[in-house]
Design a protein around this ligand. Sequence first.
Ligand code: G16
Length: 544
Amino acid sequence: MNIKTINTTPFKDQRPGTSGLRKKVKVFQQEHYLENFVQSIFNALEGYKGQTLVVGGDGRFYNREALQIIVKMAAANGFGKVIIGRGALLSTPAASCIIRKYKTFGGIILSASHNPGGPDADFGIKYNAANGGPAAENITEAIYKLSLNINEYHILETTDIDLNTLGEQKVADMSVEVIDPVTDYADLMEQLFDFRAMKELLTSGSFKMSFDAMNAITGPYATEILEKRLGTAAGTVTRGKPLEDFGGAHPDPNLAHAKELVALMSGDDAPDFGAASDGDGDRNMILGRDFYVTPSDSLAILAANATLVPAYSKGLAGVARSMPTSQAVDRVAESLNIDCYETPTGWKFFGNLLDAGKITLCGEESFGTGSDHVREKDGLWAVLFWLNILAVRKQPVAEIVTDHWSKFGRDVYTRHDYEGVSTVGANTLMQELRKSTDELTGKSFNDYTIRHCDDFSYTDSVDNSTSSHQGLRLLFTNGARIVYRLSGTGTEGATLRVYIEQPEKDPAKLEADPQESLSDLIKLSKSIAQIEKHTGRKQADVIT
Ligand code: G16
């Protein structure tokens, strides 16, 4: 075996964010940069010698090169086996599924999710543990600390492995198994949902759907499941071939970035159901005919209808949402008499609750929904969940949502993103808000009185770990909320996210445009935090 030990010096910027380390491709391409981080991951783990690691990515630019390096480093560090998806591809939920199904030691996922791809765009890497979920904060912090002191890494000197041929090959003493990236995941979906009923709906001739894979990883998964196994018409999946630069598009399934799908769904002869997924397949957007379902509402509706789906027919153990996600699911939990947990932003915080069997479903406002079937959010799973509900209820999407509002009330919701603003300005804004929490509590602004204001802190009910500074919350006496936090996934400057929400029960106002219903709170969100002063922006760049 030709194992090389290479001397290196630390990079100071390898602290993982909301979901792993995300940087520009050019940063990752610096000599030793990726290797330092991968070695820091291995150094943070114990007991992996001879064990199996899953490695795959979303197919973006630098995916294949990075995977080759990781396999050679895994061999040099003593892993017994590496499982990779053919072509170096694995969607994030499929990687989670494979880690769990084959009971592996863990996995490395290469993705910058919904961020653009290409030589001048973004790349990312994260470690997932044996439960299939993103490493908990104590591990990501340990990786970061080790990265600050690293002085060497180990890599096997060998030719590149063949990424395209299914089956086993040897890399020195380690075996590498190339698997079909889609089959295990598609089989799992078939176990969870009522494919017979869904197929009947989808092939009835009276129901049309469109799925936008955004030139990203879910293309092959959606084609296999929707077109092959469920029999939807060829062409149901659009932009279905994963491209290294996502065709120059921003693979983020929201109203701003999935414009073609949104236009199709609001045009003449629109399909009954539209959906999209992101760069690595863990996010989803759900649309009915000329109707947008917010991710927060989607979570609440899935929870309220869960027993219609075979996998959840016995009911839910509990539910969880991230703090900035609307309180819609809380009301469903209350009516089902199950627990509802409020966690910080980041899927990793759901892992312990899922492992402990305290929750079955969870979700986030950032277009993420998932369940205990894997330990990542899962875009295509959410789409299939909706299709299963539609197959049973036989009502249009809009009617299902408005029925839900009539029963539970609506949490009118919007998110305003101020993107790429100065880091200094954004940090000052947050610090000033943090300093004024006591002063703001009890203060009134026209019809709105702040009942409570704090910097959200979370204590995990399973391991008692605490995560502080997770976002500034202004809770109003009428149930409205304004939340401020800085994005942890960007690679340039800072992005301020402002989440604005107000519960509405008046039937006459349930279907109003959120930007209008929330206009007073939106103005308040700008003035209280002095957004223009600190960021130079009068308006948000992206409103969802
Ligand atoms: C990641 C995490 C999500 C989180 C989102 C928020 O999503 O996996 O759990 O909600 O980031 O991002 P930000 O910190 O920018 O608000 P993804 O899809 O990028 O992996």
